[in-house]
Design a protein around this ligand. Structure first.
Ligand code: FE
Ligand code: FE
Ligand code: ZN
Length: 274
């Protein structure tokens, strides 16, 4: 299986590759720039090449880079939206240093404009930034539906994808905490949820999993992650999720409240379940 967690990008790619190995991981996620700000670290070609060597030797799965939380492609304020476009364009250029990986982002928050308007704006931004020559697949993350988040159900993600011309460059990242908080019963009816995903979006779009337990009950729309097996999703359901035929070969990224040692333990625990 491919499993990893969020790593700090502050020391560069090679350092992330080595840290992943230390934690028992064979993929990882990282913020392409400061998650709450906008500044990006300069890419050093030699550092990237060292990382690519490590990734090949260790047979890493696809990386799942994460856009900053502050990016809002459907912001009402034009300057915030413009900032999102610039960040996306720059991030997608940077992603090509490590070709063929995933770039995940939160579709956005419509802040009172309504989901329909938000969906239109997000698609419009994707139509501006996606390029036929890019090797990166951009993932829309399934959201918990907190506040005015767009992507609170599979239908909203499908509506975005339908409006994007180069939608061969689009996929979906399935966040187990968000989907559960959004009202999908991955505990008692995982097959049913994945069938619905297939019917509405198509399982071929499901590229990566954010593996998180939830502090809250189904449909809470809260988005508070919990350690694997210690939340409302629980260990038995997590075991079914990582072994499900539709999911098992994809990269699983932990976004659980853990320090490094905690991630190493969690990764070892999940690997022991197989
Ligand atoms: Fe996320
Ligand atoms: Fe997530
Ligand atoms: Zn979350």
């Amino acid at each position: 299986m491919y499993i990893g967690c969020h790593l700090s990008a502050s020391k560069g790619y090679k350092a992330m590759g080595n840290q992943a190995i230390e934690l028992g991981a064979n993929t990882f996620a990282f913020f392409t720039r400061n998650p709450r700000g906008g500044s990006a670290k300069e890419i050093v070609e030699k550092d990237v090449l060292s990382f690519l060597d490590i990734a090949e030797k260790e047979q890493f799965g696809k990386l799942v880079a994460h856009a900053p939380y502050t990016m809002n492609a459907c912001a009402e304020k034009e300057n915030i939206r413009q900032f999102a476009i610039e960040m996306l364009e720059d991030d997608l250029k940077r992603m090509e240093y490590t070709p063929g990986n995933y770039y995940n982002f939160h579709p956005g928050s419509h802040v009172g404009q309504g989901a329909e308007k938000g969906i239109e704006m997000i698609a419009e931004v994707l139509n501006m930034v996606l390029k036929p020559e890019q090797s990166t697949i951009v993932l829309l993350e399934t959201m918990a539906g907190k506040g005015s988040e767009v992507g609170r159900n599979f239908e909203e993600l499908r509506e975005i994808i339908d409006r994007v011309e180069l939608n061969s460059k689009l996929g979906v990242c399935f966040d187990t905490c968000h989907v559960w908080d959004g009202g999908y019963d991955v505990v008692n009816n995982l097959d049913g949820v994945l069938d619905e995903f297939d019917r509405v979006i198509g399982l071929h779009r499901l590229k990566a999993i954010h593996l998180n337990d939830s502090m809250n009950d189904i449909g809470s729309h809260k988005d508070r992650h919990q350690k694997i097996g210690e939340g409302h999703i629980g260990e038995a359901a997590m075991k079914r999720i990582i072994a499900h035929p539709a999911l098992k070969d994809k990269p699983f990224i932990l976004e659980t409240p853990n320090d490094e040692a905690g991630y190493a333990r969690e990764i070892a625990m999940i690997k022991s379940w197989l």
